[in-house]
Design a protein around this ligand. Sequence first.
Ligand code: ADP
Length: 632
Amino acid sequence: MTTENTMKFEAETTQLLEIMINSIYTEKEVFLRELISNASDALDKLRFNAITDKSLIDGAFEGRIKLEADSKNRILKITDNGIGMSRDDVVANIGTIARSGTHELVKSLEKSKSKDMPEELIGRFGVGFYSCMMVADKVTLTTRKAGEDVATVWTYNGGSEYSISDGTKESHGTTIELKLKDVDKDDGLDDFTSEYVLRNIIKKYSDFVRYPIVLPVEREEGEGDDKKTVTEDETLNSMKAIWRKDQSEVKDEDRNEFYKHVARDWADPMEHIYMKVEGTNEYQALLFIPSTAPFDLYSQSYKRGLQLYVRNVMIMEKSEELLPEYLRFVKGVVDAQDLPLNISRETLQNNRQIATIKKSIVKKVLSELKKMQEKDTDKYLTFWKQFGAVIKEGISTSYEDRDKLIPLLLFQSTADPEKLVTLKEYKERMKEGQEHIYYLSGENREVVENSPHLEAFKVKGYEVLFFTDPIDEFMVSGLFDFDGKELKSIGKGSVDLGSEDEKKKLEEVKDNFKTVLESLQKALAEHVSEVRISSRLTSSPVCMVGSEGDLSPHIERMMLQNKLDMPKQKRALEINPEHEIIVKIKERFEKGMSEEEINDTAQLLFGQALLAESTPLPDPAGFAKLVAKLMA
Ligand code: ADP
């Protein structure tokens, strides 16, 4: 039955392993933090599963992580009596890096060219287990899943293959045996078999881990002839819950290490938020905002949630009931006093206390963000760059938090290319007679900045916000107004900036152009809903304008690319009656144009309007031919 197999890693995994093996990242000791975090997770999993299946453990469950060091042979072993893995689990979890971001990680590491491990890159992708390749030439993992008899042995000693075979193991859990590389302090390779070194690493990174991390330590006992050396297991970590301590006495470094453990991040958090609530619904919460957004924050597979403890016992690893979707980047723990220990996921959803805790977490996080915005602009800008898009999501998805979210919004605008503005600042700068808050959507800053739609607004001196993030379009559905001023897209619907006199003049122009407009419209019936006189253009001849409820063309394109079913939208073509080419067209039209000439002219104007806003032309070759004809 025993089968030994040599198996090949996927190409990307091998690449990642090689990067790890050759890493010159100097804090190599973090490998131990990663392995201990995995061990602690495996213990949590067993404890959870044993609640419903007592047969998994014998008697009372006593989770423990054991370190064993053999200096002579340079071997370090890390053993947990957790859930363990089946052979299939090992192949799936250790043999492949299942995470969707691996490809991007390898790419970005290759791009950075140096073999140094940019901490935040590794952190964002979380290469936990593989970090032991930084310190070991050979890794042997022996594991037995709780409830099963056969153990699995996995070995790797470089290259693109690993071997896997059946084996034996006395109890459930996992042992990872590392054959350590030679000590080289300049390269971050300390003596990881030294009691002193191990003690320090555990204190530094894993002190708060909730299971004892033990190390057999030799002691002298007795006097004179009775003197002998005995070996005793010593627990290296305090296991103290950091959120239960007086926060003024907790060192930043310790809190940061706790964060890294909870969030599986390699970088320090941007901010921590502490809450201690007393009374009928007593709880403590220690929350963190990461310094960079995880790579999968926008993917379907991202799971939000906080660790939920009840009276110091962890009952859930990721409780999503404690956070709204748009705060999914927040990490941390909540420890509640008054919840039943056996609370299940289903009952959590309808629990009043949980709902109350969630509400106050939202309130607290949003008020801390506001504070950051007011007191530390640079930090807030960094936050905004990482998480602004998620906050914008909240505007359209969480109506109840809208009023607290709106002041947090920042936008690019026509006012200053370097600065982001709040709606409050925008409103304070509004010109006399300006009725609305104006915005323009587009693919990127360059496109919107050069858009013909801006012309009349520039002349008037009205500031226009730029919406260049795909989420912006959806956000508007929840934003619609600010402090009594409606938000209006200048790329859609009619604009009405003129005085009474100007409006009268416009009506006259419309009459004069009636037949020209009708002919152009006939020629473009397939592509546009209408051809009309523009009140928004001053220097360009033409532009495209959607109707009020339409999506912007770049969003429409994005949705079509994603194969989302939607009707094709037709927009209006607006022409500028004062532009010299329009004036010339009118003259020629009045002298008499052939049908072909009208057709060509219409196609040229339409193509121009699309190009000006970076929308791909429906028939680029045809357009090129027309331009060539015109030039000839
Ligand atoms: P992560 O812990 O971020 O998921 P790792 O590469 O560290 O990534 O581990 C991959 C997976 O391997 C884990 O999710 C877990 O399922 C499994 N694993 C790792 N270490 C252990 C362990 N000591 N006991 C049981 N399973 C483990």
